[in-house]
Write a protein that binds this ligand. Structure first.
Ligand code: ADP
Length: 615
């Protein structure tokens, strides 16, 4: 074996000899081993058949060069292995023009090629991610600043330019953190950064804190700083600082705090029970101090509990049923006369309203309840109701008494009067002047008593009067004027009547009402001839009637007293009467559900007003 053969057989390179047609004539064992083909499968085959289709053209060209006699150094192509994979080979080949053969030695560079490809890919990926990071950095909605261990700025994004006012070129390489932090806060900044320096960057890779910052114009504002450290190599560290301007947040928080305080003070000082329950578990999350006062439980004893842990089961069942009803309907729920146990005051009665409190998307979060202890009010109301009933009963009794008494008194009175008159007639000649005068006083007195008894009887009869009906007040007033025609004529009175409505009531009583008022208007006249003006206007559900005269008027201080039974402002000698007229008027108006009152200018006349319901 010559040296060439030895080299050929033992070489760790791919070696072959081919003819000028490109057919393998000899391949070495390493070639066989690398491609996985045997000598037999390769010999006399064209090597072009084993080359990657993409490399065929270049390989053919290289073959031509060799055939021309040129040496080929460092040409690379891919060979197909028997298993289908390809092998990258770098060839050195030379032709032998004499025997028209090509001698080729190739080195397997597959690994190198793959490494190269991967390397390029890696570089591309690196470039891509650099682009991504740059895009994030440039478009970050908040300032992002990179500094080195000495606090010198390495990177400064566009948002940092707008927030702090300094351009990138003004800050690069400068200890900027030192000058965006106002001097009085530098110490606290250093304190926050201290752990990085003392504990080492790897043990504490990030921190965040709030601090006051300032911009180029010197305006100070609060920021939150999130700082992370990262390592380039064993010795080199950087800090990436994410800055957030929290002035707006702070303002919102301040406003929130104010409205929270506002709400707290309303809830605490509201003069009724306020409670708040969670919708999820119906446990109390808030109660005000009235709850403590009324129920005797401290807030501590209530908060976090549900109704079953505070009240007897039957009560808790009721409260929970109300909550469920509220949750089902979503509508404000009013619960009246609801009994509940208290710690020291036994069972109290409550009037409660509950509503749902919803979050921003309309989901119910809380049940808010406002409640009043109405136990005392209820008791007073019941007492009042009882007293009113009692009063009504005793009024009826009194009326009955007045009715019976005045009715029964009439007869003996009539007897007294007639016997007195008989006495006067029969013993006329035997009685002296004094006796006659005494008898006449007695007759006069008993007459007056009869009138009084009659008006009392009239008064007590009002509530036993007839059924109500619809009637025209215009017609009724015509009748009244007819009844009073003698008085009207005698006093030269002028009665003016507006157009009046039809009303629903007792026509006999209303007749009497107008008659009394008109009579008074005439009776209490001035030196002028009396003028009475009757009109009516609508006022809501009522008619407001007025009877106006031009008489003597009524002094202000007496104006409310004139409706009282037997109350008179003048002596009988000046204006005759019983003092019952207006009391009767009042009772008639009240029987119709209305009100009566007078207004007057003393000396110039009076107006009597009364209301009657339209229905
Ligand atoms: P009487 O007319 O029998 O005195 P009333 O009850 O009708 O009783 O009236 C009570 C008092 O009210 C009268 O005595 C009078 O002083 C006063 N009064 C009533 N109507 C008028 C009026 N139109 N003008 C002035 N005073 C009046």
């Amino acid at each position: 074996m010559n040296i060439f053969e030895y080299f050929f057989l033992n070489s760790q390179d791919l070696c072959f000899i081919s003819n000028f047609d490109g057919c393998f004539e000899i391949v070495n064992p390493y070639f066989e081993q690398k491609l996985g083909y045997s000598q037999k499968e390769l010999l006399e085959k064209k090597f072009l058949n084993f080359i990657h289709p993409d490399d065929t053209a270049a390989s053919l060209k290289e073959m031509e060069k060799l055939k021309e006699g040129e040496v080929s150094l460092g040409f690379t192509n891919r060979y197909r292995k028997k298993d289908g994979d390809y092998l990258w080979v770098e060839w050195n080949a030379s032709p032998n023009q004499a025997d028209k053969k090509i001698y080729a030695i190739g080195r397997d560079i597959t690994k190198k090629k793959i490494d190269e490809e991967n390397g390029q890919k890696y570089i591309q990926e690196l470039r891509n991610s650099e682009q991504h990071i740059k895009a994030i950095f440039d478009n970050a909605p908040d300032p992002v600043i990179v500094i080195d261990e000495k606090n010198n700025v390495v990177k400064w994004n566009p948002k940092a330019e707008t927030v702090f006012g300094w351009k990138t070129n003004e800050v690069l390489g400068k200890s900027l953190i030192q000058f965006i932090i106002p001097s009085q806060f530098k110490e606290s900044y250093d304190k926050e950064m201290e752990p990085f320096l003392t504990k080492g960057f790897e043990n504490l890779s990030n921190t965040s804190f709030e601090i006051e910052a300032k911009n180029k114009k010197g305006i100070e504002f609060p920021i939150s700083l999130s700082i992370s450290s990262y390592k380039i190599d064993e010795k080199k560290y950087y800090f990436i600082c994410f800055v957030r301007d929290i002035a707006q947040n702070k303002k919102i928080l301040d406003e929130l705090k104010i409205s929270e305080n506002f709400l707290d003070s309303i809830i605490e000082n509201f003069p009724a029970i306020i409670f708040v329950k969670n919708v999820s578990d119906l446990r109390y999350v808030r109660v005000n101090k009235v709850v403590e006062e009324v129920f005797g439980f401290s807030k501590k004893e209530i908060l976090g509990k549900n109704d079953y842990e505070i009240f007897p089961k039957e009560e808790a069942d009721r409260f929970v049923a109300n909550d469920k009803k509220l949750l089902d309907t979503g509508k404000l729920l009013e619960i009246n006369d609801e009994p509940a146990h208290t710690k020291y005051k036994g069972i109290r009665i409550f009037e409660t309203k509950i509503v749902l409190v919803k979050d921003s998307i309309g989901k119910p979060i809380y049940i808010l309840g406002i409640s009043n202890d109405i136990t005392d009010r209820k008791r007073i109301q019941t007492e009042l109701d009882n007293k009113t009933k009692e009063l009504a009963r005793s009024n009826i009794e009194l009326e009955q008494f007045a009715y019976v008494a005045s009715h029964d008194l009439q007869e003996p009175l009539r007897m007294v009067t007639s016997y007195l008159q008989l006495l006067e007639k029969r013993y006329k000649d035997k009685l002296d002047q004094d006796a006659k005068e005494f008898i006449s006083f007695a007759v006069d007195g008993s007459n007056r008593m009869r009138t009084l008894i009659q008006s009392l009887l009239e008064y007590s009869r009002i509530n036993r009067a007839n059924a109500f009906e619809n009637f025209d007040v215009n017609l009724l007033l015509k009748q009244v004027q007819k009844n009073l025609s003698a008085t009207i004529a005698e006093n030269k009175a002028i009665i003016k009547v507006d157009d009046l409505p039809e009303i629903y009531g007792d026509p006999i009583l209303i007749n009497q009402l107008f008659q009394n008022l008109i009579q008074n208007g005439i009776k209490f006249k001035n030196d002028k001839d009396p003028e009475i003006y009757i009109s009516c206007k609508e006022e809501g559900n009522n008619y407001l009637f007025s009877v106006k005269d031009n008489g003597i008027g009524i002094q202000k201080e007496y104006i409310d007293q004139i409706f009282v039974i037997f109350k008179r402002l003048h002596g009988r000698d000046k204006y005759p009467g019983t003092g019952m007229g207006l009391a009767i008027c009042k009772k008639i108006v009240e029987r119709h559900g209305g009100k009566i009152w007078a207004e007057s200018e003393f000396g110039k006349g009076s107006t009597f007003y009364f209301t009657l319901s339209k229905k």
